[in-house]
Design a protein. Structure first.
Length: 84
């Protein structure tokens, strides 16, 4: 058997681009959370505005409660999707 068949394959030493420190990692923003917060805030604003359209303070409070509910909802969705 020829010697070339029993030799190990040649390995190239290329720099690994993943460990490069020239570019910082971008922050991971979760779009689902942002979209859910905005959607639930508009929903809460709309519901509270149509219930009592004379008070803007109640409409803003409804939007705030909607945003909180949207954040909690999106966190639960992310948690359930991360489990495999």
């Amino acid at each position: 058997m020829p010697e070339s068949k029993s030799r190990h394959a040649h390995q190239h030493n290329h720099p690994n681009n993943k460990t490069s420190n020239t570019h910082p990692k971008p922050k991971k923003t979760n779009r689902l959370i942002i979209v859910a917060i905005l959607f639930f805030a508009f929903l809460g604003f709309g519901i509270s505005y149509f219930i009592d359209d004379t008070s803007i303070g109640k409409a803003v409070a409804g939007a705030l409660l909607g945003a909180i509910a949207g954040y909690i909802f999106a966190k639960q969705i992310n948690k359930s999707f991360s489990k495999k």
